[in-house]
Design a binder for this molecule. Structure first.
Ligand code: MG
Length: 234
């Protein structure tokens, strides 16, 4: 592979940590780690659904940002007001200003850079918010600014074919020699496969492939250390 392109959220860092901290701060409930993890995964599922709706203009960005928490907590019989959900979103954003790369990802980026691979990032979300996270993760150490692609800056998001083609054209890379690494089956794997790229599924939340899926990842891994091993061969 000549070109390796990464998703950001929950691929390069553990997005759940920000959620756990926010939950403990704002929700007055004692829940087990397993429950918290389940609520977190639900919030991601709702986030993706509502993000799509907000992209289509069916709901506001505010409804996406708050609705994902309202719905996920509601599934666990925790009811929060729209105000608390807004506070949750703000606190979650603050927590995201403290994120750090999985250590194995840090090592992997350094190795790939040394090997002169073409490295890039393709992430869904608002330009400002994603840029903040990319800065916090210090991705500029390994990835040039022009190789950072944020859906919000282009008005088109994964899994839409168009955004993958924009990246391919800007990087001037060969799809057959390009691999995309992401945690979302629907956004990352389906999107990359439709665009003719190789796809590595960082399935560390151990999700299931939907029944009768038309597309499959080329590789499925469950830990950042497995990704490091995959590329380094040890
Ligand atoms: Mg992701």
């Amino acid at each position: 592979m000549k070109t390796i392109i990464f998703d950001v959220d929950d691929t390069l860092y553990d997005q759940a940590i920000s959620f756990y901290r926010t939950f403990k701060k704002l929700v007055n409930e004692n829940r087990t780690y397993e429950e918290l993890d389940a609520i977190y995964r639900l919030s991601r599922k709702y986030s993706e659904q509502l993000f799509d709706q907000s992209e289509k203009g069916e709901i506001t960005v505010f409804d996406w940002q708050t609705g994902r928490f309202i719905k996920a907590l509601d599934d666990f019989n925790i009811s929060i007001s729209s105000n608390t959900a807004a506070e949750f979103h703000e606190a979650y954003k603050e927590e995201q200003a403290r994120i750090t790369l999985f250590p194995e990802i840090k090592e992997l980026l350094s190795i790939l850079k040394q090997q002169d691979k073409q490295l890039a990032v393709l992430t869904n979300g608002e330009e400002q918010h994603q840029t903040m996270k990319i800065k916090q993760l210090e991705l500029a150490k390994w990835i040039p600014n022009e190789n950072i692609f944020i859906s919000g800056s282009h008005g088109i998001a994964k899994p839409n074919r168009e955004i993958f083609d924009i990246v391919k054209d800007k990087l001037d890379c060969d799809p057959a020699e390009t691999v995309y690494v992401g945690d979302s089956f629907e956004k990352d794997i389906i999107g990359a496969k439709k665009a003719g790229w190789q796809a590595i599924w960082m399935n560390h939340r151990k999700r299931e492939i939907p029944n009768n899926s038309e597309f499959y990842p080329d590789i499925e891994l469950q830990h950042a250390k497995d990704l490091l091993s995959y590329f380094t061969g040890h």
